[in-house]
Design a protein around this ligand. Structure first.
Ligand code: TRP
Length: 354
């Protein structure tokens, strides 16, 4: 398929912590497949990450590790644009413009804002509140048709569509209205210790979260201790058997089996056997990715080149949309600005021309 006929996808994951098994199963694994048929932009949203206080060195390391993991998980930087959000200034610029078309009340209704502000009561900053506007900018800049997201991000995507529609209503067709893409299996991998909560590095109980870089012994231990229920049947029923059902989804994805296959395989066997098998399947799935990511992390120059290439490709598309928006808003056409490389040839205000 020629690129012009391909539909566009954009998605992103925050670099606020280590990538979890949940983000691999629920997101990245599907991104790899989608990159075969779509024109894909995948970013690491470091600007969203700073809505919660970050340690600078940790944030930088997490961002680079995440890039290495994207590549190690099978995202080909030649096929899709892999980039870091803060490298493409149009994200911040469009977010400002869209913020003027997003209502205070709309943002106040966002569930994630309510949850995060309750959890970070001492730091309810404006960025936490306008977080969905930046996410809308991420998506709309690329005129994305489809946006792979987890269940918990549906409300943000609906807001993105509302804001796009409002803008289009005032200024004429400007933004494409994106559709959510929510995977059928693994959209919500749950905490192994508290299967009513989403698996997440920040909120998890100890042992509830497995990360892509965890060592095999740690992974096996986490699955051995995973919460099940007082029964003994490996059956899929997320309402009555949340722990077992979560383990089944993880096992199905890592072994390539269907849920009925998994039920059959473990019928009449105890939870102990089952949990051991899940742990081993996860270890084998993650091992090659961890090893490749570790290797890539040794080659910082390669990673920097890859994300620079990605940012350039992303900026080309993003700037086109931003220019259109600025024109519709009535801004005077933006001149080309000098790059850092031109610094020695341009006089500072108050200095004589060079
Ligand atoms: N808010 C998303 C999350 O927490 C991350 C994100 C930021 C995103 N920008 C995006 C996801 C654009 C999809 C598209 O999961």
């Amino acid at each position: 398929m020629a690129n012009a006929e391909k539909k566009t996808i954009l998605s992103g994951i925050q670099s606020s912590g280590a990538l979890t098994l949940g983000s691999y199963i629920g997101a990245i694994r599907n991104w790899v497949e989608l990159a075969e048929d779509y024109s894909c932009y995948y970013c690491i949203v470091d600007m969203h990450a700073i809505t919660v206080r970050q340690d600078p060195e940790t944030l930088r390391r997490n961002t680079l590790t995440q890039l290495a993991q994207y590549i190690a998980a099978g995202l080909d930087p030649e096929k899709c644009a892999l980039f870091i959000q803060s490298h493409v200034p149009a994200h911040a610029e469009l977010a400002w413009a869209l913020g003027c078309y997003t209502m205070f009340g709309e943002l106040g209704r966002m569930i994630q804002f309510k949850e995060k502000s309750a959890k970070n009561a001492d730091n309810v900053n404006a960025g936490l509140f306008t977080y969905p506007v930046l996410m809308a900018a991420d998506i709309l800049l690329y005129q994305a048709d489809l946006v792979p997201i987890g269940e918990d991000q549906k409300q943000h995507l609906e807001l993105t569509r509302d804001v796009a529609q409002r803008f289009n209503g005032v200024y004429g067709e400007t933004f494409k209205l994106p559709e959510p893409y929510i995977p059928k299996i693994g959209a919500r991998i749950m905490d192994l210790q508290a299967p009513e909560n989403k698996m997440s590095k920040s909120s998890s109980s100890s042992g509830g979260c497995v990360c892509l870089m965890d060592k095999p012994e740690e992974i096996l231990r986490a699955f051995k201790r995973a919460v099940t229920d007082s029964g003994a049947q490996v059956r899929f029923n997320p309402e009555s058997k949340p722990g077992v059902s979560n383990l089944m989804e993880i096992y199905a994805v890592c072994s390539g089996k269907t849920l009925p296959d998994v039920e059959r395989e473990f019928s009449g066997r105890g939870y102990g056997d089952f949990k051991k098998a899940v742990g081993e399947a996860v270890v084998e799935t993650l091992r090659p990715m961890r090893e490749e990511a570790e290797r890539l992390l040794e080659d910082r120059a390669y990673l920097e080149k890859m994300c620079a290439d990605g940012a350039r490709r992303a900026a080309l598309t993003a700037d086109k949309t931003l220019r259109l928006v600025y024109e519709k808003l009535g801004f005077v056409a933006k001149p080309a600005l000098p790059s850092e490389a031109d610094a020695n040839t341009i006089a500072k205000p108050g200095e004589a021309a060079i």
